[in-house]
Design a protein around this ligand. Structure first.
Ligand SMILES: Nc1ncnc2c1ncn2[C@@H]1O[C@H](COP(=O)(O)OP(=O)(O)OP(=O)(O)O)[C@@H](O)[C@H]1O
Length: 688
């Protein structure tokens, strides 16, 4: 089975030990602080209904629960108690685990649970997201399935929203918040949208109500300023809403939606800290005091050749992304896309063959960003042994290891705090570490190995790989959830043979290498270069030119004599075979179908077209006496079944075959996860 789970066994009740649970609770103290009063209120609504209220962290581990005594003891028997993990990996389909994966409110009722032991439950869960869309945890009401009530889900959703709104207000207490709704009387209620606005007018955070009313994703919203979105300026809002008596002002979005807007801000903080053009001092969702932590690199670090850092580098004036533009349209497109997400806290995934300049691009992004004066830390996941990479990334406490490394070390993630972390060859990161990294990205906190104290971090993430991550996901060697977390914007750097600016690139490299003399190429070398396939991409070109420039010490033209013999041989062979065979199509990298250049968040992925459906298992094949591979319809003696029934049967069987793993089943069927849930619930006797 895909997740190694058995449907019929009792769930493995192996909760976290006391210490681990304490650590998990400490780490999520802020979540608990916001959630606890809301959980009490929620419980008051469901008391005496054989139910309980559950709070989990972003990994699905139960942090806290309150409920009816009788039900709590029954729930404990299926590990529905603090310390137990309810991720899909641990329990198969269940409301908490599925809400975590889908990041939407989820009801899982009775036998919709993957494990038989959980069939007595009905569970309504809603994810709790921070204002940047990072998942913080899940709020859930679980009860005896016989006590199901359709209002429970609505209550859970509203409660999760309440926690999110508290979190947002707390996060952005020192910036301006816009509370808005299309109906003025809804301002101040749970239905209102809230936007956090930086002093320069950029939108830096939003609650769920805002996304819903504006019909925009968090990422799309962060591309806007309050002016471009609502036609209002921060200055005018500040002037108007300084008075506590100010009434909401009307505003309209570019697509014609009309709202009433009320701005709230702390005038004394605002007037001191803002000159209306300044970027926010705090761009993350952390409290102010946490966001200012800067931890220097320690001597115990094992940086070596695989990691590099540039601390407090002066912000270069003409460098950055512009220097990469030498006339190739594909590179221009990549740079254009990146410019649009710059400083928007959107993780960038750079795809491309080795030597195409992925790290150079990452450095350029950092240099052009507001983080340019903070560290740029590059970690090559492929060149660090698996056994060291965890310590390298997350750091370790003094005494966590014996021997030379006993001194303790600040991990690379903490070193990058405030700046940019570049994870090169992310596809080479071992699976267990992928889970650890995902946790850090979700919680924005790092706990060094051997320590029980976590450090808050604020890093921009850029990853790169030459591997096909989609294939790795299929092969289960790369986590899908991490892929989506890292892939805010995926861009592919073209291989050198696809680029149309070879000669401009040559010129740029020669100018950089020998600024004191003007070097050019002989026409023979130009021809050789143009017919060559450059398997090592720009890195190879760079090396060939560096050698040639040295060889041509006192000359101004690089000729064939200045090139190394093996390169000439290789290039001539390539030129000869190109002449012998009909002109080959430019060898597009195998990566070309790896990812769209702009990655859409999972929620925007369209279901596969109907033509992708033939992987469906044969319809009707699940009946006891039918061969599972026989593509037959129902036996003639049976009453004809509706298409709808057959479709649902097929979905059920695919889910079964995928071991309860809905993601896997959706891939096999070529339909979205949501469609699976919708279709299966269609049959739900409770009609949800
Ligand atoms: N646009 C460019 N202009 C000048 N030099 C470049 C350019 N792109 C790449 N290079 C040079 O090519 C070499 C390889 O670049 P880089 O390390 O960024 O590639 P990469 O794709 O990250 O490689 P790998 O996949 O092996 O990690 C570096 O020496 C870099 O300076």
């Amino acid at each position: 089975m895909a997740l190694g789970l058995s449907r019929i066994e009792r769930p493995d009740y192996s909760p976290l030990g006391r210490t681990d649970l304490t650590v998990a609770r400490d780490r999520n103290l802020r979540l608990y602080t916001h959630a606890a009063p809301v959980m009490e209120m929620l419980y008051e609504q469901i008391v005496n209904t054989d139910s309980m209220v559950v709070l989990t962290d972003a990994t699905g581990t139960i942090l806290h629960s309150i409920g009816d005594d009788d039900f709590l003891s029954r729930a404990a028997k299926v590990a529905l108690s603090p310390g137990a993990n309810w991720s899909e990996a641990a329990k198969g389909t269940n409301a908490v685990g599925t809400a975590l994966v889908d990041e939407v409110p989820t009801l899982v009722h009775a036998d919709e649970h993957y494990m038989h032991a959980n069939h007595f439950l009905t569970c309504s869960a809603a994810p709790i997201l921070d204002p940047r869309g990072n998942i913080l945890g899940v709020l859930d009401v679980s009860g005896d399935q016989r006590s199901y009530h359709q209002h429970t889900m609505a209550l859970v959703k509203m409660s999760a929203r309440m926690i999110e709104n508290h979190w947002l207000t707390d996060d952005y207490r020192n910036v301006m918040r816009l509370h808005f709704h299309s109906r003025v009387e809804f301002i101040g209620t749970l239905m209102e949208g809230i936007l956090a606005v930086a002093p320069d007018g950029k939108i830096v955070g939003a609650n769920r109500g805002a996304l819903e009313q504006l019909g925009l994703s968090g990422a799309a919203l962060r591309m806007h300023s309050v002016n471009s979105l609502l036609g209002l300026t921060v200055g005018a809002l500040a002037d108007r809403f300084r008075s506590p008596l100010a009434v909401p002002t009307p505003a309209q979005t570019p697509d014609g939606r009309q709202f009433h807007v009320h701005a709230r801000f702390n005038w004394s903080v605002w007037s001191q800290g803002s000159d209306m053009g300044e970027a926010p001092s705090r761009t993350s969702s952390q409290p102010i005091e946490e966001a200012t932590i800067r931890t220097p690199s320690t001597p115990g670090s094992t940086a070596g050749a695989s990691t590099s850092a540039s601390h407090d580098a002066p912000r270069p004036s003409g460098g950055g992304l512009k220097q990469l533009q030498t006339g190739d349209a594909q590179v221009d497109t990549v740079v254009g896309k990146i410019r649009r997400v710059l400083n928007r806290d959107i993780p960038v995934l750079v795809l491309g063959e080795t030597g195409t300049g992925k790290e150079l691009l990452a450095r350029a992004i950092h240099q052009d960003s507001e983080r340019a004066r903070q560290p740029f830390i590059a970690v090559n996941c492929a060149s660090i042994p698996d056994t060291l990479i965890e310590a390298e990334l997350f750091g370790y406490e003094e005494g966590a290891f014996t021997g030379a490394r006993r001194k303790g070390s600040v991990g690379k993630i903490v070193q990058a705090n405030g700046g940019t972390l570049f994870l090169d060859e992310i596809g080479d990161m071992p699976l267990p570490l992928q889970a650890h990294l995902l946790r850090v990205l979700q919680e924005r906190q790092v706990t060094p190995l051997g320590s029980n104290k976590s450090v808050s971090v604020d890093v921009a993430i850029i990853c790169a790989t030459h591997r096909n991550l989609r294939e790795m996901i299929e092969a289960k060697t790369f986590r899908e959830d991490l892929y989506y977390r890292l892939n805010g914007l995926a861009v592919r750097l073209p291989s050198l043979r696809e680029r149309t600016d070879l000669m401009a690139l040559v010129q740029r490299i020669l100018e950089r290498q020998c600024p004191e003399r003007r070097l050019s190429l002989s026409s023979e070398v130009v021809r050789l270069f143009q017919s060559y396939h450059w398997p090592g991409n720009v890195r190879q070109l760079f090396n060939v030119l560096r050698t040639a420039a040295v060889m041509a010490a006192h000359e101004s033209v690089i000729t064939r004599d200045h090139l190394s013999d093996d390169f000439i041989e290789d290039a001539l062979r390539a030129a000869a075979s190109a002449q012998a065979s009909p002109a080959p199509a430019p060898t597009l990298s195998a990566l070309s179908d790896m990812a769209p250049s702009v990655a859409l968040p999972p929620s925007v992925y369209a279901p596969a077209p109907a033509s992708a459906l033939p992987t469906w298992p044969p319809l009707g094949g699940e009946r006891a006496n039918a061969s599972p591979t026989r593509p037959t319809g129902p036996a003639p003696s049976e009453p004809p079944r509706s298409l709808q029934d057959m479709e649902i049967d097929a979905i059920r069987r695919a889910v079964e075959a995928a071991g309860g793993n809905i993601s896997e089943a959706s891939k096999r069927l070529g339909i979205s996860r949501n469609t699976i849930y919708r279709k299966l619930r269609w049959q739900n006797p409770l009609g949800d």
